[in-house]
Write a protein of this length. Structure first.
Length: 75
């Protein structure tokens, strides 16, 4: 896949949410969700929960990451 920012080739992989042991000890088991908030409407769309694993692409050149989730689709 080509990067939408710099047009370089992107690495394919997987993305997931990870909570460190120290974070868990300090702040407990509270939920960690990946959320996208639209600039125009300020509406939040939940993209991933801690139990989700999604296909992703990462650009080594510019750092852009594309996450292909099934959650967060508009109804």
């Amino acid at each position: 896949m080509k990067c939408p920012i710099c047009n370089s080739q992107m690495d394919e992989g997987e993305v997931y949410l990870k909570k460190s042991f120290l974070n868990t000890v300090a702040f407990g088991w509270g939920a960690t969700d990946l959320v996208f908030r639209r600039s125009s409407t300020k509406r939040e769309v939940e993209l991933m929960t801690p139990w989700d694993f999604s296909k992703a692409y990462h650009c080594i050149e510019c750092g852009a990451t594309v996450i292909a989730t099934t959650t967060g689709k508009d109804d």
